[in-house]
Write a protein that binds this ligand. Structure first.
Ligand code: FES
Length: 318
């Protein structure tokens, strides 16, 4: 199991429209929170029992705290509502150590493009690149300055000179801007994007049409609509010696748990990679956004919280 830190919530306040900005510090004087990397996130164990991933949003040079910005999304499955409504100053909760699936790569130039609350991991990257004197630009796209968080901090701080805001309320269209700006981005640049799925898909598609290779396009999905249903199939848990039917409406993870095989999991959305299992036989039907296309094509591993099988039988090394 991943080590957990006991933390206390502090400095919680609301910015923009329904975005709770808060810091966590260690609940004990004997434990110090680890230093964070740009792009990292933590698992937050919420008061309603859910575990959700949130990007860290601070200057990585700032140690001893984790800072988050959490949007209250009424369409969510309850994680962001619990985080926004129930986490209050002084409350003690548990969080994981930082994990990074969205690391910065050393590059000649970096282009950071955030949509709405997706700006959070890009802020950590921007602070780090600015501190290191690296070449980069930050683009913050959103409905309006009033609805977005961290706008004042960016405008008045060290990131101001590197940032372009694209707020619809001010007549800015990020699509028009990037359609022309992308042609002037150096071909060796690395592009990082985070935001709503449609926004990210648009950015990724634009970068691909400009022939940026996959390894220069970095993305972090923070909320994914994942279809987990499909035809029933059989899973063989090789090490446990069990053969388990995965019914049409359940996930492999749920079917395994029903038979007493517990797999460590976290997001249950195919985002974090925690529930990864090795595939010994059979063809997975990958539904996640965690693996690259190459990894999916190799069929060596599967994320059992959301993916299914194309073959009638899947043999897993569990
Ligand atoms: Fe996160 Fe499966 S639990 S990918």
């Amino acid at each position: 199991m991943t080590a957990l830190y006991n933390v206390v919530v502090k400095n919680r306040h609301v910015e923009g429209e329904n975005i709770a900005v808060m810091e966590f510090e260690s609940a004990t004087s004997t434990t110090i929170l680890p230093k964070i990397e740009a792009g990292a996130h933590i698992d937050v164990h919420l008061p309603n029992g859910m575990v959700r991933q949130y990007s860290l949003c601070q200057n990585p040079a700032e140690t001893g705290i984790f800072r988050l910005g959490i949007l209250r999304d009424p369409e969510s499955r309850g994680g962001s509502i619990s985080a926004f409504d129930e986490l209050k100053d002084g409350m003690q909760i548990q969080v994981s150590a930082p994990k990074n699936l969205f690391s910065l790569v050393k590059a000649k130039h970096s282009v950071l493009i955030g949509g709405g609350i997706g700006i959070t991991p890009l802020i950590t990257m921007a602070y780090q690149l600015a501190d290191q004197g690296e070449s980069f630009e930050l683009h913050y796209c959103g409905a309006s300055a009033e609805r977005c968080a961290f706008v004042d901090e960016i405008k008045k701080g060290a990131l101001a000179q590197f940032t372009t805001f694209h707020f619809k309320s001010e007549g800015a269209s990020h699509r028009e801007f990037f359609q022309s700006a992308i042609q002037n981005i150096d071909a060796e640049s690395h592009i990082y994007t985070c935001g709503p799925n449609g926004f990210m898909d648009w950015v990724i598609n634009l970068a691909q049409t400009q022939h940026f290779p996959e390894h220069q396009i970095h993305k972090e999905y923070f909320q994914v609509e994942v279809e987990t249903g499909g035809d029933a199939f059989e899973v063989v848990a090789e090490r446990s010696g069990k053969i388990i039917m995965v019914n049409a409406e359940e996930t492999i993870l749920q079917a395994l748990a029903r038979e007493g095989i517990e797999i460590e999991m976290s997001c249950e959305q195919g985002v974090c990679g925690t529930c990864m299992c090795d595939v010994l036989e059979g063809e997975p039907d990958h539904r996640d956004v965690y693996f690259t296309d190459e990894e999916k094509a190799s069929n060596e591993q599967i994320l059992v919280c959301c993916s299914r099988a194309k073959s009638a039988r899947l043999v897993l090394d569990i």
